[in-house]
Design a binder for this molecule. Structure first.
Ligand SMILES: [Fe+2]
Length: 249
């Protein structure tokens, strides 16, 4: 299967191989959703097999192209919340890393209703420092062709209220879905949208009916939590062009 002439499995495998080679000391790897294109059982099985090349733990998230039932059929022991959403969290020395399931089955826009908001409220109440991960962008990004697929308008307000109440506690927020290296703040909290290992979005800040994506350089990101600081590196793992090497002395 190819998408836009590219093999998504090949790209994923190259990214994972690059991570395994260059970042073996990472605390964990997070894949922020759209684990598959069409949510076939075989696709999840291939993902599970590909992840065995990583020496560190992996945190998986649902995207609008995923299907929870098929996902759980392959990743049977994967953590979920009491309502069956793929909401989970990991406590490390650096803080609590909270992975939020923003998917509404059968819809491309995101949903984070009262039950899931309650879960996140409890997660935040139980820690001193948090890093939040979403699939959908939880705010409008000023690109009309993308904003129709963000977190639902009616869900953004309550989430924003929760973020404001925890602004001193939430160190950083990340989301996927936009296929673009975005950065900014939401309610005073810094966020980053990550690029894709496949196609990248071309920003269009004027009204448009269609979204433009293309085979621009793919990347993953490395997040360094250094004491109270957060540093993010973008890694163009598939680049095969010329490089100049300069001595540091
Ligand atoms: Fe998505």
């Amino acid at each position: 299967m190819t998408i836009g002439g590219l093999d998504p499995y090949d790209r994923l495998a190259r990214a994972l191989g690059h991570i395994a080679e260059h970042h073996r000391d990472a605390g964990f790897v997070v894949i922020s959703g759209d684990l598959t294109e069409y949510a076939e059982r075989e696709a999840y099985a291939r993902l599970r097999q590909a992840l065995t090349m990583l020496p560190m733990p992996v945190r998986l998230m649902m995207g609008n192209h995923d299907d929870r039932d098929v996902f759980f059929d392959v990743f049977r022991d994967h953590p979920r919340d009491a309502d069956g959403y793929v909401n989970h969290a990991t406590d490390l020395r650096e803080g609590r890393f909270i992975f939020c399931d923003t998917v509404e089955t059968g819809r491309d826009e995101g949903h984070f209703g009262p039950g899931r908001l309650r879960w996140l409220t409890e997660q935040l109440a139980g820690c001193e420092r948090a890093f939040l991960f979403f699939h959908h962008n939880p705010l409008h990004i000023g690109d009309p062709s993308a904003d129709g697929y963000s977190l639902r308008d009616e869900d953004q307000g309550p989430l924003r209220d929760l973020l404001k109440a925890n602004a001193q506690k939430v160190a950083y927020m990340f989301f996927g879905h936009v296929h673009a290296p975005l950065c900014g703040t939401m309610s005073g909290i810094a966020f980053s949208g990550v690029p894709s290992t496949m196609m990248q979005r071309i920003p269009n800040l004027t009204p448009a009916e269609h979204t433009a994506i293309g085979p621009l350089e793919p990347a993953y990101r490395v997040v360094l939590v250094r004491g109270e600081d957060v540093v993010i590196h973008q890694i163009p793992f598939a680049y095969e062009g010329e490089l100049d090497w300069f001595a540091n002395t």
